[in-house]
Design a protein around this ligand. Structure first.
Ligand code: PEP
Length: 254
């Protein structure tokens, strides 16, 4: 199965640093792995231009829940598409926390993304307090139920399991935790969409780096990784990409 390696640059980067990063990533990419970089919106057009003819895809970091309108400062899914994006992250925990985004809003964003021809990367994940209270599985199942658009087709969306406490903290769940929760998310999403479980792709995100990527990518139910901080360092992101290329080559790994 093709693995997805997705870099979320957040609000970092300028033309010079982005160009250096893109050159390294494009040189390392091959057809075995789907690589997606999600730069800040201001760099999208330049990044898609630099990537023309390469195997690397581009994604936005967010889109508005409406197709258009008087929304100063916002960006629609169609605008991202016009810049050359193929994906868009929706419902990232930083947006849920800082912008008060609800599951219902995330669902509308995902619907707009699909209507514009983008694949939404729908982020879900429990907080530290929810995990401590033993609610992680219930929280993600509810997020799946409420954030996934009603009608989705296989291959048109990804789910990203990103425990909030793992983002930017250097902490990760154990691989057996990841396997357990991914299985839970896959069955919740299969129930919700009517799709076969093997058509549901869930990537893991939260403190992925060159040292732990191979282990995480080899975990059952992990379709790839969503990488924040480490996606801004060319050497580190390329190492993660190489780990995915190795995993994709090994017929024993799923
Ligand atoms: C993220 O913000 O999506 C993320 C996974 O960040 P980090 O890799 O830095 O934990």
């Amino acid at each position: 199965m093709t693995k997805f390696i997705i870099g979320n640059w957040k609000m970092y980067g300028n033309v010079t640093s982005a160009h250096m990063l893109i050159e390294a990533v494009a040189a390392a990419a091959n057809a075995r792995v789907e690589v997606v970089v999600c730069p800040p919106a201001t760099l999208l057009t330049q990044v898609t231009g630099w990537l023309a003819g390469s195997k690397v895809q581009v994604g936005g970091q967010d889109c508005h829940a409406a197709a258009g309108g008087a929304h100063t400062g916002d960006i629609s899914a169609a605008m991202l598409k016009e810049c050359g994006a193929a994906y868009v992250i929706v419902g990232h925990s930083e947006r849920r926390a800082a912008h008060g985004e609800t599951n219902a809003e995330v669902r509308k964003k995902a619907e707009q993304a699909m209507a514009a021809g983008l694949a939404p990367i729908i982020c879900i994940g429990e907080t530290a307090a929810q995990r401590k209270a033993g609610q992680a599985k219930a929280v993600v199942a509810r997020q799946v139920r409420e954030s996934l658009p009603e009608k989705v087709a296989a291959g048109r969306f990804l789910l990203a399991y990103e425990p909030v406490w793992a983002i930017g903290s250097g902490k990760t769940p154990t691989v057996s935790d990841i396997a357990g929760i991914h299985a839970h998310i896959i069955s919740a999403a299969a129930r919700e969409t009517g799709l076969a479980p093997e058509r549901i792709f869930v990537v893991y995100g939260g403190s992925v780096n060159a040292a732990n990527a191979g282990r995480i990518l080899a975990t059952r139910g992990v379709a790839g990784v969503l990488v924040g901080a480490a996606s801004l360092k060319a050497e580190e992101f390329v190492s993660i990409l190489r780990a995915a290329q190795t995993a994709a080559q090994d017929p024993r790994r799923k």
